[in-house]
Design a protein around this ligand. Sequence first.
Ligand SMILES: [Cu+2]
Length: 185
Amino acid sequence: MIVNGFTRVGAAVRARLLVTLLLLTLGQFTLATGAAAHTGLVGCSPGYDATLAAAPKDVRLTFSEPVRSEFVEMTVRVDGTAVPGTRPVVAGPVVRVDTSAVPADTTPREWEVAYRVVASDGHPINGTLRFATDPAAPAATGEVSAACAGSGGNSGVAKAAAVTGGILLVLGVAVAVIRRRVLAA
Ligand SMILES: [Cu+2]
């Protein structure tokens, strides 16, 4: 009897844990699917990892929706040194920073543009766009490139997808366990 009593209590606790897990999972699932619809970086100029023959006259980031101009931060570094006087200008979904004052170089340079913007829904988006200048490189077209994935701007979406995948797996296992329990009863 004692053994049976313990078993019954154990089963009740396990069932309650399972229900709690399911509810938590469903809650996270709702959050994750919401996250997938958030504003993301859809274009950048210069392109991520591009090599230009000369310093660009500006750096432009294009987001999937307008961003809030009062919260935009952009820091341009050339070979690790911040370029002074580069203030970002927001026009709807495009954030632009003028870099025309950066002097021409005769040697290759590594550029880093760290950005942090706040989407219209209040969520922050941050990342770093990297590219290089090399006087020996062929002249670039200067067009807005969609190759911005490496800059980290879309990492939120990728993370949400990974979280959703993990949650679906947990849900599947939980459902399988419950079904086996119901069938066994
Ligand atoms: Cu959002």
